[in-house]
Design a protein around this ligand. Structure first.
Ligand code: SF4
Ligand code: FES
Length: 750
């Protein structure tokens, strides 16, 4: 149909409102309560516009268009209506723009500039609302609130967790958290962006800078495999805040709190800033210019003295694609095939039949097209918070979500059925191919990171593939790191080259390396204290190895104790890089801030080592060119037959021990983000045990757990009624390690 706005003809759909047509055509209409991703409440009346033939100005956000409708956004009638609305809104507003963090980007300020008056007729006292401490991430200045209810609707409609509400009436109306603890949604920071005034503010950014002094840079989230697009705002070479960059295919207009506040980890006190080398048994600071030469000399000596087969090379899947490409290139040119990025895994029998790289199996925009989505070992709320928005949308469009896990975890969308069982029972569900309710439907099975940690993951993958082909389902993966995709497709695995090409003689995988006799261990961008499937196995290997080389952004106790070389490298924000998200989207970003002068850009350190060995010299542009041509030629087809090995039989008296990935322990940057680690979710780090383990003696305060030959005493456990029998689940934590292996059997020592 056609409509006329300011006498110009525009095309419109019959289900559109005036504001939608205006927005699509770049015609400005002021608004406070309207937001394109929220329901329409038409409560602020700021968007009133003149519609020909209608006596009063109409709210553009809630008025549907009709054939030949004539709208005037610039008439006197429109202007008067908007001006009166502004006058009412400003009655109680404190007008404290000079000290408001929102100043310069405040919708109220902008609109009052155009429609407001230069003096107030209101001489009475203004109302004052007492602030509440609702979160370590959000500060409030509730006297500024104009009750647009965007924050309330966001919780209810997008985050699936209604934590703020409007209470009282008239003059006494207030936005309040429903519970004393305040706001705890993993997406809470989006309310700061939605708030059109300075009522909800970013606590970390409070009074740090004026918005007009900030420089904006785009980056890709390094905290999960979704690849959310983010803008970092930089003041004086420091990131002072993060906001979403709209990308309708990925994160739409939202980001998770982990993506918004995680950058704080970059400024952690344990940043590694100076190159160090062990000389006469002591770590000594050395010149930046000389460290790579000494390192290269040592590597080449060890290759000759011991052999390339005695090297073990590990890289974090949080590294950029450029770093991954150069790391494997350098290592392979030195004749080394013992390389892996899967440091949290322990069963690799499946690896030959794995696709070129893990994939969700669908696009995020198409999730709602599935009749059933079955989550296996994944908790969306804590592991992939931004996906809560997509799952909520899918549920609204009639997708049924089922969850299979070893622990009952809350989600912020409706789960049709939650199955909680121990690993053995979980496996039998998929070995028994009879989920009749899924037959004849469009099904998606999503394998979460917890499955990849299992001591028998290959058996699971095999059972899930067979189950999927039986019910004609798509199998998708959600990986534990942002760039596990590159780990695979760029050849940071012992059995494949970049592009997935098979190697004749495969190198050793992570567990073979740790259990073997390595002469030299190389770690790139890894936190050895937290990022290995078994810390004891790692420490054993480090003790046996004669040279341990760490390219790292942070100094950890293990690094300090065992390192022979420490090369300080940049984090993702201090270098040019790229990640491939779980849909296969290759996204690049440029350096946001300048790193310390003694720190190497990760890819440059690797390139320098290549040059010292007479290998190819690269630039970021040349590496990216290689990556793009490589990715266009990859065969992504899957071999559905998955190999597995024979596993020890489950003795019924044994206890299943699993690790639960804690939302703010997922990677080395976020572990160090102080504000995130002060939230309610962060406090919720527990060791959960099933109640049968204390049945005989419910008041038992300490348990002795025997794992391999070691005995751990745990006293701070929490008895969880709905945990399957004979189960211990411990939440991964930065400073409290109760771990030999991330997934294994243990027994109780009486
Ligand atoms: S706090 Fe902000 S977003 Fe929430 S109702 Fe008030 S003005 Fe609107
Ligand atoms: S934006 Fe239309 S009434 Fe608020």
């Amino acid at each position: 149909m056609k409509v006329f706005i300011n006498n110009i003809e525009y095309e419109a759909d019959s289900n559109e409102t005036i504001i939608q047509v205006a927005d699509r055509n770049g015609i400005k209409i002021p608004r406070f309560c309207y937001h394109k991703h929220l329901s329409v409440v038409a409560s602020c009346r700021m968007c009133l516009v003149e519609v020909e033939g209608v006596r009063f100005a109409q709210p553009a956000c809630s008025t549907p268009v009709r054939e030949d409708m004539r709208i005037n956004t610039k008439s006197e009638k429109t202007y008067d209506a908007q001006k009166s609305t502004m006058e009412f809104l400003l009655i109680n507003h404190p007008l404290d723009c000079p000290i408001c963090d929102q100043a310069g980007e405040c919708e109220l300020q902008d609109v009052s500039l155009k429609h407001g008056d230069d003096h107030s007729k209101y001489l009475e006292f203004k109302r004052v609302v007492v602030d509440k401490d609702i979160s370590p991430l959000i500060s409030t200045e509730m006297t500024r609130c104009i009750h647009c209810s965007r924050c309330v609707r966001f919780g209810e409609e997008v985050a699936g967790n209604k934590e703020l509400g409007l209470i009282n009436r008239g003059e006494f109306t207030e936005i309040r958290a429903f519970i004393e603890d305040g706001v705890s949604s993993e997406l809470s920071g989006n309310m700061i962006d939605l708030c059109p005034v300075g009522a909800l503010n970013n606590k970390l950014y409070s009074y740090r800078a004026r918005t007009w002094d900030l420089k904006q840079h785009s980056v890709i989230s390094p905290h999960d495999c979704i690849g959310s697009n983010i803008y970092y705002h930089v003041y004086s070479n420091e990131i002072v805040r993060a906001v979403p960059k709209e990308n309708n295919e990925i994160n739409q207009t939202w980001i998770s709190d982990r993506d918004r506040f995680g950058y704080q980890g970059i400024y952690s006190e344990d940043r590694c800033r100076i190159p160090q080398q062990k000389i006469d048994g002591q770590l000594k600071e050395v010149e930046k210019q000389s460290i790579l030469k000494s390192l290269n000399k040592q590597i080449n000596e060890n290759v000759k003295k011991y052999s390339p087969e005695s090297f073990g090379c590990f890289i974090s899947p949080q590294s950029t694609s450029e770093e991954m490409y150069l790391f494997q290139g350098l290592v392979r040119k030195l004749g080394i095939n013992n390389i892996d990025h899967r440091t949290n895994e322990q069963d690799f029998a499946y690896q030959d039949s794995y696709p070129a790289m893990p994939s969700l199996g669908t696009n995020l925009n198409n999730l709602h097209e599935f009749d059933n989505i079955i989550l296996i070992g994944a908790n969306i709320k804590t592991e992939f918070p931004i996906l809560t928005v997509r799952f909520n949308d899918a549920v609204k469009k009639n997708t049924n979500i089922y969850s299979y896990h070893f622990i009952n975890m809350q989600e912020d969308f409706d789960v049709k059925k939650n199955f909680v069982m121990n690993n053995t029972d979980l496996l039998s569900v998929f070995q028994d191919h009879s989920l009749e309710s899924c037959r004849g439907k469009k099904n998606l099975l999503i394998i979460g990171p917890n499955i990849t940690y299992f001591y028998n993951q290959s058996l699971f993958l095999q059972a899930i593939e067979a189950f999927a082909s039986n019910i004609n389902a798509t199998v998708g993966y959600l990986t534990d790191f942002c760039n596990s995709t590159s780990g695979w497709v760029l050849g940071n695995v012992p059995h494949r080259l970049p592009g997935g090409e098979k190697i004749k003689t495969s190198g050793y995988n992570t567990s073979q390396m740790l259990e073997g006799n390595l002469s030299t261990m190389v770690f790139f961008n890894l936190d050895p204290d937290n990022d290995f499937y078994n810390s004891s196995a790692l420490i054993n290997a480090l003790q046996k190895s004669s040279c341990n080389i760490f390219f790292t952004s942070f100094t950890t106790p293990i690094i300090e104790k065992y390192a022979d070389f420490i090369i300080p490298i940049t984090t993702y924000a201090e270098t040019d890089g790229s990640y491939i998200n779980i849909e296969g989207k290759f996204q690049t970003f440029n350096k946001v801030i300048q790193a310390d002068k003694f720190t190497f850009e990760g890819w440059q350190a690797l390139n320098e080592l290549c040059k010292l060995n007479g290998f190819d010299n690269h630039s970021i542009a040349s590496v990216r060119k290689d990556l793009v041509s490589l990715l266009t030629n990859v065969d992504f087809s899957k071999n559905k037959k998955i190999d597995y090995k024979t596993y020890p039989k489950n003795d019924k008296s044994m206890i299943h021990k699993n690790t639960l990935r804690h939302i703010y322990s997922t990677d080395q940057i976020v572990r160090r983000a102080k504000s995130l680690n002060q939230t309610n979710q962060a406090m919720n780090r527990q060791i959960y045990i099933s109640k049968d383990l204390v049945e005989d003696n419910p008041n038992q305060k300490t348990l002795s757990i025997k794992e391999n030959e070691k005995v751990f005493k745990i006293s701070d456990f929490h008895v969880k009624d709905d945990l399957p029998r004979k189960t211990i689940v411990y939440s991964s934590s930065f400073d409290n390690k109760f771990t030999e292996s991330k997934s294994t059997f243990v027994s109780l020592k009486k």
